[in-house]
Design a protein. Structure first.
Length: 368
């Protein structure tokens, strides 16, 4: 394993090009609901926001901007409370305006949020392309054996490498590509999940197609297993149209844009190949000597990352093989430090840069 440097990128990294943070996504998604004139949903959200702010004020004394992951996470508890309220209702679930139907409304609104997420990210990425220079200031200093773990859905990193004529790939075995690996931990806006028997109609590059020793191609479908779907990469000129028309692409089931969604429990298992992405990421982190973390907070909504990154570092600690250095880059780095020490271990040296990504001198930090 030749990897010496691993880079973990979060929303704060793409922010330097103009993409929104999770708190800003909340406003953008709400704007979509205003377009739809979903007044009932907006009234519910206003009450949810008041409660979140009440809880945050009690602990910190100040109001906060609401993180869209937090909205999605906590909203499920409102739905659960309404489902339980149905126990005390004198009529059946479907008999008009019942607590059960109110809970179903919340679940529907959440599905709208996930649906709109793809549209919003693509709209914002198109605006952000003008800020690609800030991304390139970073990417031009990477080496062929560097590995990027990104929790962002956008493709600014990929576009930056392409403009620099730097070889890159997503790290899938079937991709049959070389170059700097970009491991998209939550999926990517330019990925599409399609039925196994339909992908050849697209003519798009294959990323992942599960092999099964007990099945042949003629066995499709196989009772909704992961074998039934494949992951393909949509070329840049067609990403927008695929996002806009995804609900019209199949009479049986809309094709999925390859992003993991919102909240603490992202259904990553629904994206073919994500097991390979996470396996590769953990494998590289077992050997990385330097880990650079840029604009990633490792918040409570990144519980899966905390657990599995922590497992890697636990094994490395037992082998007395911890990374030589963790470099944390974020305007709130001092406040976030404990998040990362709890995962990477207090014995691992850590450097802190309280800077936004666009302020970093990458040439000095990473070498010219």
């Amino acid at each position: 394993m030749s990897t010496k440097r691993a880079f973990i990128l979060g929303a704060g990294f793409s922010k330097q090009a103009g993409l929104p943070l999770a708190t800003e996504l909340t406003t953008l998604i709400l704007d979509k609901f205003r377009e739809y004139e979903l007044d009932e949903m907006l009234a519910w959200f206003d009450w949810l926001e008041k409660r979140i702010n009440w809880l945050e004020k009690a602990s910190s004394g100040t109001s906060v901007s609401i993180n869209i992951e937090q909205v999605f996470d906590l909203a499920h508890f409102d739905a659960k409370a309404l489902y339980m309220k149905q126990h005390r209702c004198s009529i059946g679930r479907s008999a008009g305006d019942t607590p059960w139907n109110d809970a179903e409304s919340i679940e529907t609104w959440l599905s709208y949020m996930e649906h709109d997420l793809g549209d919003i990210i693509w709209e914002e990425q198109k605006k952000a392309e003008g800020g690609l220079g800030n991304i390139s200031r970073f990417s031009e200093h990477l080496k062929a054996d560097d590995v990027i773990l990104t929790f962002n859905y956008d493709t600014l990193m990929e576009n930056s490498f392409s403009k620099l004529n730097t070889d890159w790939c997503y790290g899938f075995e079937q991709e049959n590509s070389t170059g700097i690996q970009i491991l998209k931990m939550h999926g990517s806006i330019n990925w599409l999940v399609v039925p196994r028997n339909k992908y050849i109609n697209f003519g798009y590059p294959m990323l992942f197609k599960k092999q099964d020793a007990n099945r042949s191609e003629s066995d499709w479908p196989s009772n909704e297993e992961e074998w039934d779907y494949v992951l393909i990469k949509v070329p840049d000129p067609y990403v927008g149209s695929r996002i806009e028309n995804r609900a019209l692409q199949s009479s049986e089931k809309p094709y999925l844009v390859g992003i993991g969604g919102l909240g603490r429990y992202k259904p990553l298992e629904k994206l073919p190949g994500m097991g390979e992405v996470w396996s590769n990421a953990m494998r590289f982190l077992r050997h990385a000597e330097e880990v650079y973390i840029v604009g990633f907070s490792l918040s409570p909504f990144d519980a899966m990352a905390r657990l599995h990154l922590g497992g890697v570092m636990c094994n490395r600690y037992e082998k007395k093989d911890l990374p030589k250095m963790i470099t944390l880059i974020d305007p709130r780095a001092s406040k976030l430090k404990d998040n990362f020490l709890s995962v990477f271990g207090a014995e691992t040296p850590m450097e802190i840069y309280e800077q936004e990504a666009q302020e970093v001198d990458w040439s000095s930090l990473l070498g010219g």
